[in-house]
Design a protein around this ligand. Sequence first.
Ligand code: WQD
Length: 339
Amino acid sequence: MAKVLVTGGLGFIGSHTVVELVNAGYDPIIIDDLSNSNIAILNQIAKIIGFKPAFYQFDLCDATALNQFILKEDNINGIIHFAASKAVGESVDNPLKYYRNNLYSLVNILEAYKGKDVSLVFSSSCTVYGQPDELPVTENAPVKPAQSPYGNTKQISEEILKDAVAAGSAKKVISLRYFNPVGAHPSALIGELPIGTPQNLVPFITQSAIGKRGKITVFGDDYNTKDGSCVRDYIHVVDLAKAHIAALNLLGNGFTGYDVFNLGTGQGSTVLEIVNAFEKVTGIKLNYEIGPRRAGDVEQVWGDVSKSTKKLNWKTELNIETMMLSAWEWEKYLAANPL
Ligand code: WQD
């Protein structure tokens, strides 16, 4: 059974991808330094897949630790690299943490597996597009100057991967540019687990609805959109996880070189549409107000996903209502079963 290393495998997208890897017949091995995740998720994953996957706790910036891992797990067929710091606001306050953590970890992985016939799937972000000139945004759109050190680390990482492939030190690499991952596994046993006050919209909504947070602020309703609030392409985390399996399958079937794919639904939704969808599916009236715009927000972005559909043979199946309901079921599970 093909062994797949999942770095950051106890995180939000990583944990859902571990589940889908098992469903697809792969053998996942998790590395996570627990700097932004909870060890309890390992047991939660086990409740879903029926066994506890192999787990190693260390920092991928530590090349010695990575080399010791490789001595133990020497026949890795594929790597899905999620491990990275990802809070836009924090990256502005602490850029060096982001450049060190996000870039050192990637370079260490590339050096450790240099020249080996290993597939690499990289977790990138639509942040690289900034405010696109044309919508929906395709993979050929120009990469815009990053709006944050976090976004810059994703842009630099993609350049590092392209150069590594061009030099022959990496053989087959796919970067996946996520739009806005939301929702939770249908079992409600895993989901998004923000540490501290959620910066992202949907976890703030669910925590406000359950009473953990106060009023939701909609950051601006004076944008040039249908209802004045920003537009994003929200994608269910399970659909997103399945796209990683599709990318691994492509890499394992004769693919060589480097390519990039958008992972979204191809549809945009406004913030107020998300609020209304949550209220509709849960029957809960949300406590929100319109506030000032948030610095760094782009007005609207959603993806053209035709390349992913065609080349990855993948498309999203879950709609906004399912995203909201699954996020809410997970929040209720957490309230009853603190991790
Ligand atoms: C979505 C919309 C906010 C909170 C970021 C990263 C991206 C990815 C996902 C890592 C925006 C509005 C939000 C709130 C609000 N992360 N909002 N009130 O900023 O699109 O993307 O997270 O890969 O890289 O950039 O996501 O959920 O923070 O915001 O009105 O309390 O919701 O203004 O329009 P974002 P988000």
